[in-house]
Design a binder for this molecule. Structure first.
Ligand code: SER
Length: 312
């Protein structure tokens, strides 16, 4: 199957790996990567690359017309920790970029959208264990508020205008190719880098903070799978719960120590602790399993093996 794709925010943690995966699947020349600034050299060298501001409708429209784009993956966003520092900038980026792609699809200039949501849509009043697909949300972070609002708009555009937008609520994502930036779950990536470079890590969350996490390969597979499914399979047009593993800093330390016995950890929780405290411990993803056959493959031990092997 041939189609032309545009990725907004292609140089970020998810965008990088998504671009490589989509280029492998659809051919380098059919996948246009874009970001607000130049980034990953392999991304820029392996196929078309455009400097593009996701908040600029006309600029996106020009690229969409020029390359005859059918599908857009909107990966540009300000994450939870940074968004607490710059609330209005986060709101403007996260919402305006979404409206831009929703409106492009409403105007029939593109035919399908992927937009990521997050476990951050949940809040302190949400049931923490096995958080259901449909439940109390009430997010307490700027990022979470933007994602929850985004979900409502996605569902609205689907119902009202037939916009084919698809979404998952990513847990914290663990990967080695590109560092995350500005999130609360970033510790679970940094810790592997520090374990190898310094043999020690100072963690910004406390040792018993349990959060839902996922290895990037699973996240990419989920994304491609969701986008491949026929529209009628997808019952959820806000965003699907997605789960793989849940662990605390203490548990990831133990898993790393199986490979690096001398690795040490210290704990200095900062403002990100309150963000983590407001999020679920684990997620019920049975709706995604049922509707499009989702199943995670990586647990913590397998993730640790992959992370250490590749970072070495
Ligand atoms: N990983 C994100 C963050 O920590 C949540 O989606 O902000």
């Amino acid at each position: 199957m041939q189609k032309s794709i545009l990725i907004l925010g292609a140089c970020g943690q998810i965008g990088t790996e998504l671009t490589f995966a989509l280029r492998e699947k659809y051919g380098n020349e059919n996948v246009v990567a874009s970001d607000i600034r130049e980034g990953n050299e392999d991304i820029m060298a392996s196929g078309p690359f455009e400097i593009l501001d996701a908040t600029n409708y006309e600029a996106i429209e020009d690229v969409v017309m020029h390359y005859e784009i059918e599908e857009v993956y909107l990966m540009a966003a300000m994450l939870s920790a940074t968004a607490e520092k710059f609330p209005m900038r986060a709101w403007n980026l996260n919402m305006n970029s979404l409206f831009n792609v929703l409106n492009l699809c409403k105007e029939k200039k593109i035919s399908r959208i992927f937009w990521p949501s997050s476990i951050a849509v949940f809040g302190p009043n949400t049931p923490k264990k096995n958080t259901p697909q449909n439940t109390i949300m009430e997010p307490s972070t700027v990022y979470g508020i933007s994602k929850q609002s985004g979900e409502r708009w996605c569902e609205y555009y689907f119902k009202k205008y037939g916009v084919d937008v698809r979404s998952v609520r990513y847990p914290g994502l663990i990967s080695w190719k590109t560092l995350p930036g500005g999130g609360t779950t970033d510790y679970a990536v940094e810790i592997y880098h520090k374990a190898l470079s310094e043999g020690a890590y100072d963690c910004f969350l406390q040792k018993d903070s349990m959060l839902p996490m996922m290895y990037m390969e699973d996240a990419i597979r989920a994304t491609l799978n969701l986008m491949d499914n026929p529209s009628e399979n997808l019952k959820v047009r806000s965003s699907y719960n997605l789960a793989a593993m849940n662990f605390t800093p203490e548990e990831i330390v133990r898993s790393i120590q199986k490979h690096i016995p001398d690795f040490t950890i210290s704990y200095a929780p900062d403002f990100r602790q309150a963000i983590a405290d407001s999020w679920p411990n684990s997620i019920d993803d049975s709706q995604a399993r049922q509707d499009w056959g989702w199943k995670a493959e990586y647990d913590l031990e397998k993730t640790t093996e992959e992370m250490l092997k590749n970072l070495r």
